[in-house]
Design a protein around this ligand. Sequence first.
Ligand SMILES: [Mn+2]
Length: 322
Amino acid sequence: MPSPITQIADLIRRTDSFLVSSHANPDGDAIGSTVALGHILAHMGKEFCLYNRSGLPAQFDWLPLPGPIHHTLVGCEANWIFVLDCGAQSRVGDELFRIMGTRPIANVDHHLGNPNFGQFNWVDESYPAVGAMIADLADELSIPLTGPLAEAVYLGIVTDTGFFTFDNTTPAVLELAARLIRLGLNPGIVNAKIRNQWGVNRFRLWGESFATTELFFGGQVAVAYVTLNMMERSDTSPADCEEIVNFLRRLRGARAAAILREEPDGSYKFSLRSTGADNVQAVAALFGGGGHRNASGGTINAGFLSAKKRLVEALGESLGLV
Ligand SMILES: [Mn+2]
């Protein structure tokens, strides 16, 4: 039985046209891997259509593309559908999800628990980013990791490793980054393109949210919040809140950081961060949530004061602070 990467490479060699897709509301790995695979297909003279239900978010408009990223399937014909970085098939959005039974699927992903929904499944959790899988595919097809292809791969790997700061920063992904730099990628310039994309509205929201920070258990648990009203006033959306908790985690002495964000129905979504043996997944699970040991989240169906109290108590108990 050939390895999955050999199967995918053979599929590309013997097929003429592809639809390349990823999850809606794409992050850097979703867009980076979509665009990187597009560059590979362009290099090989294949027909392809790049698709994302959300189109290309403005923060990625600097990325050199091998073709447009379509946000509808109108005019996108293809023999095969690539689905990248999707732990579940439905994450591609309703339009593509509806026609998925009509074409064979190549499922390339690194999420734990991917149900292998494709005809071909290359699912490997040991990769920190799908961008790194596409880099290996380029190697398999003898396509040089230079120019726009290298930038798209780099976008994927730095996004999913938090610029090489998360636990998933493997020797292999650092070696891949080193190779991209050796082949000509300028990390200072590309990192600046990737990172310097914030609107001033987001700063206003973050300032307001950081000002709500409360410390518990002698500073070992930090909690901040964002209300619907705060987002409305600053003209921001839940996407602008995503990284707040990672910065809250930087408080000296805090073993766990939590952010509570108000939902339109009045419930509160929470995100938790910790380091090492401190398990916040177990805390999220108490409220029906999930995630990883050091990064988790969920929803509490309660008003703010009650949600905060329950979360702080659960964190205190889980960390042995009460
Ligand atoms: Mn990913």
